[in-house]
Design a protein around this ligand. Sequence first.
Ligand code: CA2
Length: 149
Amino acid sequence: MTSILVLNGPNLNLLGTRQPEIYGSVTLAMVEQACAAHAKRLGLDATCLQSNHEGALIDAIHAAKGQHQGIILNAGAYTHTSIALMDALISVEIPSVEVHLSNIHAREPFRHASYIAKVALGQICGFGPQGYLLALDALAAHLKEAGAA
Ligand code: CA2
């Protein structure tokens, strides 16, 4: 079965516990549950992982090769800093979609730039947890079009 890796980066384990005015009140466990259910509706399998460590995120991307056909990545603050994460995505050649809960372009200027956007199929931001489901839709359509699902 076509499998999607849903990868969340630093501090996203705190989702639903702090700063609800920016990130809402839904927990990461709820987001992951919604991803699994939506993937099933699309005939896909979703594996969800979260790490606060850049190297662990890179390892997860490397390990995705041959296991997952698509990656959904909310790299948190590493989005704006990590050439290493960008290089990892390039190296595995797995189509990816970048997700952010908040509209990073309506926030501080340092959040406007993304290394992930340079190598992802596209970026979805500002729709809260719904963004992950939109990303699943986008990857499902892309993989179908590419004959990979
Ligand atoms: O909007 C997003 O999804 C972000 O990736 C979230 C990152 C931020 O650095 C990016 O610029 C945009 C921060 C994640 C922090 O998550 C928390 C969630 C709840 C409470 C505290 C932090």
